[in-house]
Ligand binder design. Structure first.
Ligand SMILES: CC(=[NH2+])C(=O)[O-]
Length: 139
């Protein structure tokens, strides 16, 4: 499913980002309710905090935030991905997760390797910009 208010453009003049689970350009319709989700992290205070677990929990938290605002992954237009300790394995995992979560209509994305996040234990953070689907369109 994709949002009626979100049009994806992946022009031939830019690199193909589809295998990395994001779009090069997303255009938002006018008169749209916008949702700005604060940076989410995925720390389990009592359990495992592997990078992969943090990525999984972070996406779960982003989805919870979107849904609390009446939005969804399909309605997400832009994400910022902050990665501590970036390497090929971490990038591959993030891209796989993005493909699984965002499917055929992914948001635009900026991925930024960072030396540190808010606390020493945090290795991954995502913020998101999304739209609220227009109920009058039948979604
Ligand atoms: C390269 C890039 N923009 C990303 O999100 O992976």
């Amino acid at each position: 499913a994709s949002s009626d208010q979100k049009t994806i453009i992946n022009p031939d003049t830019l690199s193909d980002s589809s295998s990395s689970g994001y779009s090069q350009i997303v255009v938002v319709a006018p008169d749209t309710r916008m949702v700005y989700v604060a940076g989410q992290v995925g720390i389990d205070k009592d359990g495992s905090n592997t990078f992969e677990d943090q990525v999984d929990r972070t996406f779960e938290n982003v989805i919870k935030a979107l849904e609390a605002a009446g939005s969804s992954v399909e309605d997400t237009v832009k994400i910022t991905v902050l990665v501590k300790g970036i390497n090929q394995d971490r990038l591959d995992y993030v891209n796989k997760k993005r493909r699984e979560i965002f499917g055929a209509s992914p948001p635009a994305s900026t991925l930024i390797p960072v030396p540190a996040l808010a606390t020493e234990i945090i290795e991954f953070e995502i913020d998101a910009v999304a739209v609220v689907p227009d109920k009058s369109s039948g979604d």
